[in-house]
Design a protein. Sequence first.
Length: 732
Amino acid sequence: MKLKKLINWLKAGWPPLLIVAAMVLFLFFYVFKDLPSPTRLSQDIYPVSTKIYDRRGELLYEIYTEKNRAPIKLEDLPDYVKQTTIAIEDKNFYQHHGLVLSSIGRAAYRTIFKKQTQGGSTITQQLIKNAVLEDPRRTMQRKIKEALLTAIVELIYRKDQILEMYFNHAPYGGTAYGIEQASLTYFNKSAKDLDLAEAALLAGLPAAPTRYSPFGAHPELAKNRQQMVLKRMIEDNYITEEEAQKATEQTLNYAQQKTNIQAPHFVMYVKDLLVEKYGQRLVEQGGLRVTTSLDLEIQKFAQATVSAEVQKLNQSQVSNGAALITKPKTGEIIAMVGSADYFNQEIDGNVNVSLRPRQPGSSIKPINYAVGLLNGYHPATMFIDAPSCFNVPGQPPYCPRNYDNSFHGPVQMRFALGNSYNIPAVKMLAANGVEAMIATASAMGITTWGDSSNYGLSLTLGGGEVKMTEMATAFGVFANQGLKINLNPILKVEDYKGKVWEEFDWENSLPPGERALPPEVAYLISHILLDNNARSAAFGSSSQLVIPQHAVSVKTGTTNDLRDNWTIGYTPQFLTAVWVGNNDNTPMHPYLVSGITGAAPIWHQIMTHVLKDQPDEWPKKPENIVGLTICSMSGLLPGESGCETRFEYFIKDSAPTKVDNIKQQIWIDKNTNLPSEPGVTDNLELQEHLILSDPVVTDYCLTCPRPVDENGQIQEQPTSISLFPIPEEKIQ
């Protein structure tokens, strides 16, 4: 009887026992298996250095194996050193027991359901991540291990001990581990001698040492982070607003960087990308071997050229320059010169201008005209380059002027873009719409503009900031027959044991591209930009934009306020973008307004160098491109008028179909010698004149007499243009 009862009891209890056993096995194999000991906090962990190479195996930079660490006692640190870290990292450090459940819940929710990473770890959790757990991946298993070890450490050690260990283990960037070594690295002083401003800057680094480093690609982020730390200290009543303001305004005297590095801007850019993809620990301690796309020989030539030419421009109030060289077909970055001198603090040399938003001036115009081609306009579309004002509701009239302060009459798209006339470009944007230009630019790789409501017609003259890397991507679309290829500076990543993490073999297979423009549009823009005849009126026939024996498409740009001067040009093999100016946005000398001084000589030298052994390669003409003879003034087909003609290329479906008929009989008001206004019937005379229409202006009398000044410049009231769609039948 008892045996039967026992059997029944076992049967009834068997499922719960199975569940308990399964949970024990799960915890053992999933969590406790390979769980590191928290006593590792008192042990040194020896990482392996990461090395970054150029495309031919030349060492550019080594992230050293050693953890440079100089331990310090908590009692030796000033109170504000501790307070800065507690304020920014863990304001309730002395109140909790290592884990904050609300923060864990938010992090888990965002990780699982939003696929986003969430900060908010306590100082104890960060200590476990930095000094005990080796796996940098954000997995549920790792988070459970982290929580268990955090609870154990909180039981074993006092709070001050935990804080001291954090200060001696936290990564502050590069090989600087611990607050003492960080203080020596960044300020050449002991941590016990730090002032509030310096302590606040260092406290902000451990969250993302590469991103926030004052020696990194974005030193301005270090300053922003410092201000955030000071703001948190005010909120926690550690300091007053006056103390925070004084610390914010204090000039920080950084230690001289002592590192053996080649192509520093590029290396820091690559390191940022690696950290974003693989995590700080793996990049700095995981023994990676990174082969980049950089060509060190070309890099050195470009760096020397930028430095030498910027020195020549010193009298033109120019202190800095930058250059970027890519292969459009693959997106490989061949050279990246972020400033004239990386180590020159007077010009903020460690700032990588190729990654900073700057106004592009007229170099952005090809995107606007590409939108025009998409909308059915063509290289012979005629624009009336005459005084014009554009009326936008709720805003004062916008009346652009050309850089030479002249007006050029009827100008076709090819010559308007080639000579970079402003009024035709603004008319093109008025016809296209700002939203259309921003949408197309976004598809081509420009991401800095965002909401179209922030911009007006000045966008086509460079009114919206862009990054040089994005401009290289966008102009690469023209070079790649309409395909957008993202920039990629990394060819191969492996570790010191030979495990390959990623590899790209562009020699045998091209990367996939996204269709951003039809090939016909890309071809026509490229053809216009390489047409030396089309730009000779503004730049001459033998300018710095000409590369002998090579067809090179190129565009210059100078902002109206003379703060930015650009030249960007390409062939199917290479693309080079160059900028000169001042990091602090002070204006340059007006001598640079022409666009062929400043950046252009640098661009010319670099392109001549990279193309010296390359064949002359023209853009490939799509089958849908046709050639026609058209009238040189109107852009229409020749008729019986006997107009002067020229040859032009068109997209087949957008070629002109109307015959030139610009000679017309119109009523002229003899009081003004201009076409009569509506409703005027007195003192009129029927006369024959040349009557033109462009995408936004209709029935403009070209041959009607207008007053001129002593310099021969037309003096007339600007045409008032309201921004509304023009009837299709009035568009050529």
